[in-house]
Write a protein that binds this ligand. Sequence first.
Ligand SMILES: *Cc1c(COP(=O)(O)O)cnc(C)c1O
Length: 353
Amino acid sequence: MEIRIVENENKGFMPKESELGFGKVFSDHMFVMDYEEGRGWYDARIIPFGYISLHPASTVLHYGAEIFEGLKAYRTAEGSVQLFRPMENIKRMNTSAERMCLPTIDEEEALEILTAFVKHEERWVPHTFGTSLYLRPYMFGNDESLGVHTVKRATFMIIASPSGSYYKEGINPVKIMIENEDVRTVRGGTGYAKCGGNYAASTRAGERANKKGYSQVLWLDGVERRYIEEVGAMNVMFKIDGEIITPALTGSILPGITRKSCIEVLRSLGYKVTERLLSVDELIEALENGRLEEAWGCGTAAVVSPIGRLMYRDVEYSVNGEKIGEVTQRLYDILTGIQWGKLPDSFGWVYKL
Ligand SMILES: *Cc1c(COP(=O)(O)O)cnc(C)c1O
């Protein structure tokens, strides 16, 4: 496929790697491609990073037709750049697009686009272990009309942001509050789609938890407020009596690529991993009986995030003496080892540029 390139004549500076945060600094260019019903995707281009203009009636502004993805480009010690299971992100983006009535993109073409864009922005991939170039592909509907229907015009973009290490101060277990007022989604809704609307609706609970000193909320299912779903914007796993339990993908949970990778790594190490419904009562009982050995969230940003304290109905419980557990640490070492090229990629997950 053909990608038009317009060079940015005003190249920016990479901040000091030790001072990189998340999502505040962007690379010099962005990828943009447009879609029209009947015509398909057209005018793929890499152009200088900058503002975009939208028609005031654009679908995304009124009806929230928006989906996104998140993945990283990693720099190995040898200096090469690689992605981690990028086809999984592309497939999930198409699943999200289908749910939100947005157009899909040919998988091979999407991979070609992603590769071309990252190669073009390669100097923005930082070198320190733990740092990366965060890639944000996203798509939105931009019909120039207020009618409600499947979008006839859309835009697909990718922006890139050099990001600092998530664990600059070491891996510290976090405090999580089990949310029993707001719900994130319901089965039949948009929970399995990575769409902006899910985030808009879940920010309130997150803010309330922050005010009380918790870093994120643990969501319960939207119907009975009984079954564990996920934590903030991460999937969640528990080690109870030696077995690893994670909520099954029932339709209201985001199917995380880190979740999938954790399950595959754990099974290869001989752990028993079960995907099933896990009620909050069962979890609290395991906590009270000392059978909950470890709990952690998992997602691209943090890889794994150990849970040190859990609050439910005004009672606070401590998990594993508020220290990172053995399984959580092993997952962190193996996944980051593969991603940054320190360990052999025995699963075939790495995509070298
Ligand atoms: C993106 C996301 C995750 C994690 O998915 P990864 O593919 O592992 O990064 C989990 N939950 C929600 C709600 C998400 O948006």
